[in-house]
Design a protein around this ligand. Structure first.
Ligand SMILES: [Zn+2]
Length: 680
């Protein structure tokens, strides 16, 4: 029996997992060893004969389960980025065991009593972060049912295990269905409008999928596929759109709607057990939004203005097209309006956005100018799959020291692969914790189509934006100065976590950055000022449509998670259509960004009753952008303030307190409405 590399601490820099040594058969034994070790540690805490102190309760609890946390972090990264069938099967097997393990902790009355018995306000040696750890830990226990009677606790444990199974199944079926739904075309003629590069990628994709020839267009997770903006053939567009729209809603092995409906019902029941009227009401307890009414108020304020804008946009496009516009026509004609009225050609623009240049001279350069970071690629360190790249992140030292010090690692996995989950995300292999002397190892995943051999990867404007966005999350993890891992970096409420990543998007068009990275891939010429101004002028075009797509998804999420305990949904598609129409959104006009059958955020991720968060945190984002602009923009001093008061704090204090400390006041929602073109 060879040793399991997951059971011994990594000897690699920053504790990077030794990927080549890890194979799939190591995971289940490591998970089970991690759970067993954790149980032993918790038992020792609960039965410690000594007087309960912060040290032997909250701090010991925080430090317990280190092995399990480590295995979980490695596995969650791999199953999302390279979720082979074997790993999906492990996920389905271990998810209910992990759910039961969590319940054995949070429903353990002796442990809860031991923690709740410590008076943290009475100990003068404890500081604000220690007290925050105690408060947050107890809140988690309460929200997970520590206060319930034994019968309710038993039912809760059953629900949690079933929910874990459903979530893992939904994720697996969705990835398989997305791969299966790629659209095959026999001839290049049907794909007129595609660039040479994309056509070559599509031919390679067809070959890789086992087709004897032809071209395969793979789908992104959204409803509206990027291909639709360029495909000239109307019927080809319709085929791509319909394949995307139907994903997961046909009964069969990849049907996801039964899993979605069951999850929604069980979450409602769980919320009821815990004393709430719906899952949404329960979830909001741990958010920065004060309550559900406040969230609905923001959405209700935006819906009429956004849909009115979307209708006006459609009128513009219909007069150009000379025929009624179907959802699969919208991106094509919207791009034509951009070209003809704003002189922005999205396809031609891609020649200015070569991945490596955008990354090094754009994303990394911005982090250098703001936070004093530099990046050194470490080809000596192995990633978990071909194409994964690793950088060491260095931070410049203060005036008294010279040079740079190592801060952590950044793992970049930018290209799509058939086993990768859709969309883009940030994750951690290791979270910063001063108490554990651990430094962060964070990853960013995107789904940029793999360019054909030897070709450069040219990005769309949206992909450039995503690169800056995800790196904003990475900075939140990298720049953490938290003592405790559970309060570190991105461990903030769901409706706050998007805020730093959204702010990082502002640097994409910042003059000193965009003129560095946006250079023509062949000539090396810097993008010209007129084109940049045209992009800026065109940025509000299509905003009504984009906002409405988003609102559709946000309102669908709230509809599913506002069910009262005891409710079931027998016809999920009818439920979906009915709730969209009732909210004033017409899916025939503007389909939601995600549909119930492929809504990973809420049915295979942590965003249940949380998709509103993007708009909610954009209030803070738009307000922060105003602050940077009014205070000299991209300076080291401004970056330092944002780092010190906000990024480094994580959840070590109330995030809204961090916001006010950074900004000096509360956010003004007008900035958000103006940015989205929603002010009267
Ligand atoms: Zn994000």
């Amino acid at each position: 029996m060879t040793t399991n590399p997951l059971l011994t601490p990594s000897t690699l820099p920053y504790g990077l997992p030794d990927f080549p040594a890890i194979s799939d058969e190591h995971f289940l034994p490591a998970f089970r060893a991690g759970m067993a070790e954790h149980r032993t540690e918790l038992k020792a805490i609960a039965t410690d004969p000594a007087d309960a102190t912060f040290e032997n309760t909250f701090r010991a609890f925080e430090r317990s389960g280190a092995l399990l946390r480590w295995v979980q972090m490695v596995f969650s990264n791999l199953v999302a980025a390279d979720g082979t069938d074997a790993r999906q099967a492990i996920d389905e097997e271990v998810s209910p065991e992990l759910a039961a393990h969590a319940d054995s902790i949070y429903l353990d009355g002796a442990l809860y009593q031991r923690l709740a018995g410590v008076d943290v306000t009475a100990d003068p040696r404890l500081d604000a972060e220690d007290r925050r750890l105690a408060e947050e830990t107890l809140k988690t226990f309460r929200l997970l049912g520590a206060d319930l009677d034994p019968d309710s606790q038993r039912r809760l444990a059953v629900l949690n295990e079933r929910l874990a199974v459903l979530t893992a199944q939904y994720g697996r079926r969705m990835v398989a269905e997305n791969t299966n739904s790629a659209v095959w075309f026999a001839t290049a003629g049907e794909l007129a409008g595609l660039s040479e590069q994309d056509l070559a990628s599509a031919a390679a994709a067809a070959h890789a999928a086992g087709h004897p020839g032809g071209f395969l267009l793979t789908l992104s997770m959204f409803t509206s596929q990027p291909w639709l903006a360029v495909l000239e053939d109307r019927d080809s567009r319709r085929r791509v759109h319909e394949a995307a729209w139907r994903r997961g809603s046909t009964k069969g092995e990849h049907y996801t709607l039964d899993l979605a409906a069951e999850q929604a019902s069980l979450r409602a029941e769980k919320a009821g057990l815990l004393g709430y009227t719906s899952w949404a009401e329960y979830a909001l307890v741990d958010r920065t939004a004060p309550d559900l009414a406040a969230v609905r108020e923001l959405l209700d304020r935006v819906v009429p203005a956004a849909t009115a804008n979307a209708r006006r946009e459609r009128d513009t496009v219909e007069s150009l097209a000379g025929h009624p516009i179907e959802p699969w026509d919208w991106p094509f004609y919207a791009a034509r309006v951009e070209r003809e009225q704003y002189h922005v050609d999205a396809t031609a623009l891609r020649s200015y956005f070569e991945l490596d240049r955008v990354l090094q001279d754009g994303v990394f350069a911005a982090a250098g100018a703001l936070y004093g970071l530099s990046f050194r690629e470490r080809p000596d360190l192995n990633g978990y799959a071909p194409g994964v790249r690793i950088w060491e992140v260095l931070v410049e030292q203060g005036a008294e020291a010279s040079g740079s010090a190592g801060l952590g690692l950044f793992v970049g996995d930018f290209f799509t692969r058939p086993t990768k989950s859709g969309g883009a995300w940030m994750n951690s292999f290791r979270e910063a914790s001063a108490d554990l002397s651990e430094r962060p190892v964070v990853s960013n995943n995107l789904n940029i189509p793999q360019p054909a051999d030897g070709e450069p990867a040219l990005l769309t404007v949206d992909q450039v934006n995503t690169l800056f966005h995800e790196f904003g999350h990475a900075l939140h993890g990298l720049l953490s100065s938290a003592r405790y891992a559970s309060l570190s970096g991105t461990a903030v409420p769901r409706d706050f976590v998007e805020f730093p990543s959204q702010v990082n998007e502002m640097w994409m068009y910042w003059p000193q950055i965009v003129t560095r990275y946006a250079r023509h891939v062949e000539s090396g010429e810097v993008i010209d000022q007129e084109l940049l101004e045209a992009i800026e002028a065109s940025s509000l075009w299509g905003e009504g449509h984009r906002t409405t797509e988003y609102l559709g998804a946000a309102l669908l999420d709230l509809a599913w998670h506002s069910l009262a305990p005891g409710s079931t949904v027998s016809d999920p598609l009818a439920f979906e259509a009915e709730h969209l129409m009732a909210a004033g959104l017409d899916p025939e006009l503007v389909p939601p960004r995600y549909r119930s059958s492929y809504f990973k955020h809420i049915f295979a991720g942590g965003y249940a009753a949380g998709y509103y968060s993007y708009l909610w945190s954009e209030m803070l984002d738009a307000d922060t952008v105003e602050w940077f602009r009014a205070n000299g923009g991209m300076t080291r001093q401004n970056g330092e303030r944002f780092r010190a008061e906000l990024l480094s704090r994580g959840n070590t204090r109330d995030p809204m307190e961090s916001y006010r400390a950074f900004r000096g006041q509360d956010a003004d929602p007008e900035h958000l409405l103006r940015r989205r073109g929603l002010l009267g």
